[in-house]
Design a binder for this molecule. Structure first.
Ligand code: AMP
Ligand code: GLY
Length: 422
């Protein structure tokens, strides 16, 4: 089989490494991939958002199956276009990807179908939003409707910050058209859990739970990032909570999308907060999370391609989806300064003995050398019998990977370890 994976980050590297375990795949392409992925797949220099070129490439190269990993091409409708020329895909079509593409859509969906989430109002003009904020509870959360590179959520601790958030999104158009509408919602508290799931529109099969670490600095300080590390499973997510989420959130979401004529097939990501009033949805993503995938897939014992094809063929109920009962930890090594400004172009050395555990995100090959080319450079994942040893092994491997300017958090998993002690 010839398989292509669209995307070029650490998440795609994890998907590709897992797919490679399947012996029926004779050719694996990454579009565009990156300098590290080049070790595991043939990288093709086509941007993940260049739908026209991707479709042409797939046609010319006889692609049998496509995995569309990032949000943008999913929301733009790449799966629809590939399906139209007869190429089966893993990933939702455009109609279903809106669950991530529009926060107004997802909030209204949850309200209509009684799925627990933060109370909210939506606005399409700044004046009304500012008036609402004059009397709203504080802190309050302001969200741009559309995709905003993970930066469209502002947690305002003061009324002034909330006003500024509305002005920057709606008047200064900080996120372009993504800010034509906004959601203003209640500030929730509690531990956060990421649950990625496979769904074919007939059943939902949750993957092992995980915990992201979004802030740049130790002790959850500093700016919000795309994620500085992850652990799986998430100790806050007990079997009891999992059962409650299945009943009140996962199945109702699948059924709601079916009822709206927007059947979701692919990886549906539930960003949950375990509030004092029960689990609530913070966000949906229409794809695998990054860096959640880098801890979830290494724990998957079943064959990924077989599961993906079962999702496509709507036979997921018959597929084996089995996870190891160990733990995984991923530490992201970034360029110092990320998510603000940083230098790049430094050579990366990854010793052979750890290469299998490294998921490369921001690196390019230049004259045979691997050079840093992004903020999040790579992730190092260890799988072990328990979280404590997975963390020790991950940090021991981090010590062996070298590049100038490397920055990483030293406390990934500490909160999870404490939760396990209690
Ligand atoms: P998102 O970009 O939607 O993943 O949101 C980024 C982060 O903002 C989430 O991971 C939460 O930590 C936080 N957040 C989003 N919505 C809320 C809310 N209603 N209450 C508290 N925190 C929130
Ligand atoms: N790690 C959060 C996300 O992928 O959106």
């Amino acid at each position: 089989m010839k398989v292509m994976v669209v995307g070029g980050g650490g998440r795609e590297h994890a998907i590709i490494k897992k797919l490679k375990e399947n012996q029926t795949i004779e050719k694996l392409y990454a579009l565009p991939g990156n300098g590290g992925i080049a070790r595991d797949a043939q990288c093709v220099d086509i941007a993940a958002t260049d739908l026209e070129k991707i479709v042409a490439f797939a046609k010319e190269n006889g692609i049998d199956y496509a995995v569309v990993a990032p949000d943008d091409p999913l929301v733009m409708g790449l799966v629809d276009e590939l399906n139209a020329i007869g190429i089966p895909c893993f990933g939702p079509d455009k109609k279903a990807a809106i669950i991530e593409g529009s926060k107004v859509f997802s909030k209204d969906l949850m309200k209509k179908y009684g799925i627990p989430t933060a109370e909210y109002e939506t606005f399409d003009n700044a004046e009304a939003a500012l008036k609402y904020l004059e009397t709203s509870a504080i802190p309050v959360v302001v969200k741009a409707d559309g995709l905003a590179l993970g930066k469209g959520v502002i947690i305002a601790q003061t009324r002034e910050e909330a006003f500024d958030a509305v002005k920057s999104i709606m008047e200064d158009k900080k996120f372009g058209k993504s800010g034509d509408q906004i959601v203003i919602e209640e500030f929730l508290t509690g531990p956060e859990v990421s649950v990625l799931s496979f769904t074919d529109g007939k059943c939902v099969v949750p993957m092992i739970s995980s915990m992201d670490h979004k802030r740049a600095k130790d002790n959850d300080e500093g700016l919000n990032t795309g994620g500085m590390g992850t652990v799986a499973p998430n100790p806050y997510y007990t079997d009891e909570i999992a059962a409650e989420c299945m009943e009140k959130i996962f199945l109702p979401t699948m059924n709601a999308m079916n009822a709206e004529g927007r059947t979701f097939k692919g990886c549906l990501y539930f960003g949950l907060m375990l509030t004092p009033n029960g689990p609530k949805v913070i966000e949906y993503n229409c794809r695998f999370g990054d860096p959640e995938t880098q801890v979830v897939l290494p724990l998957l014992e079943s064959d990924l391609l077989t599961i993906m094809q079962a999702v496509t063929n709507e036979t997921l109920a018959d597929a084996e989806v089995k996870f190891s009962d160990g733990s995984a930890a991923c530490v992201i090594m970034a360029s110092d300064g990320y998510p603000a400004s940083y230098e790049k172009g430094f050579e990366i050395t990854i010793p052979d003995e750890v290469a299998d555990h490294v998921y490369v995100a921001g690196a390019k090959l230049s004259d045979g050398k691997l050079l840093t080319s992004g903020g999040r450079v790579l992730g190092v994942t260890a799988v072990s019998k328990d979280l404590k040893s997975a963390l020790e092994e991950a940090y021991a491997m981090v010590d062996k990977v070298k590049f100038d300017n490397a920055y990483y958090r030293h406390d990934i998993g500490q909160k999870a370890l404490k939760a396990l002690e209690n």
